[in-house]
Design a binder for this molecule. Structure first.
Ligand code: IDP
Ligand code: MG
Length: 168
């Protein structure tokens, strides 16, 4: 089985409900290692790039507001990169289905998610769903220096006379 990386976000509803510790405990059941972790203030640009594949959906604008924290008045998400064998599926199993009503009640989304009256699924966490998505998402949310292992190729560029490492 291949060693994979996966991006986890604790969305604004997860933070405001004080579920951070609980979610991290649940994720630890997957027996993976954390190779990156930080708090992020989500710009509209980052939100739109992250959810680019959903831009034609009727709930897209609301989804962008949601991940930016507009609905919960808490303008941050917690971002983590987990690594290990079969990491993507192991984490998705603990996280549960996209729709909190369909998610297994013992999964994170089944236990803590809800469907708002306006329609967006407030499902507490994001988890990458394929190796391709994981790579795209991790490169979007993290700089190479913020990950404690060499997971993807990097290159050195000079920005304002300072040598900086970026994703190749
Ligand atoms: P995922 O988060 O399980 O990978 P995606 O299809 O990538 O699911 O959707 C991203 C996010 O958009 C979901 O986590 C959820 O918050 C929201 N979403 C997805 N599908 C729907 C829907 O049909 N109605 C309302 N919100 C949705
Ligand atoms: Mg997805």
């Amino acid at each position: 089985m291949a060693v994979e990386q996966t991006l986890i976000l604790i969305k604004p509803d997860g933070l405001i409900k004080s579920l951070t510790g609980n979610i991290l405990s649940r994720l630890s059941e997957a027996k993976l290692i954390i190779v990156g972790a930080k708090m992020v203030r989500v710009s509209r640009k980052l939100a739109e790039e992250h959810y680019e594949h959903l831009k034609d959906k009727p709930f897209f604008n609301e989804l962008i507001d949601y991940i930016m924290g507009q609905q919960h008045n808490t303008f941050r998400v917690a971002a983590f990169v987990y690594q290990g064998e079969n990491a993507i599926k192991k984490i998705r199993d603990v996280v549960g289905d996209t729709d909190p009503e369909k998610a297994n009640p013992v999964s994170i989304r089944g236990a803590y998610g809800r469907i708002t009256t306006s329609g967006v699924y407030e499902n507490v966490v994001h988890a990458s769903s394929s190796p391709e998505d994981a790579e795209k998402e991790i490169k979007l949310w993290f700089k190479p220096e913020e990950i404690v292992e060499d997971i993807y190729p990097t290159k050195e560029v000079v920005l304002n006379n300072v040598k900086t490492l970026v994703w190749a």
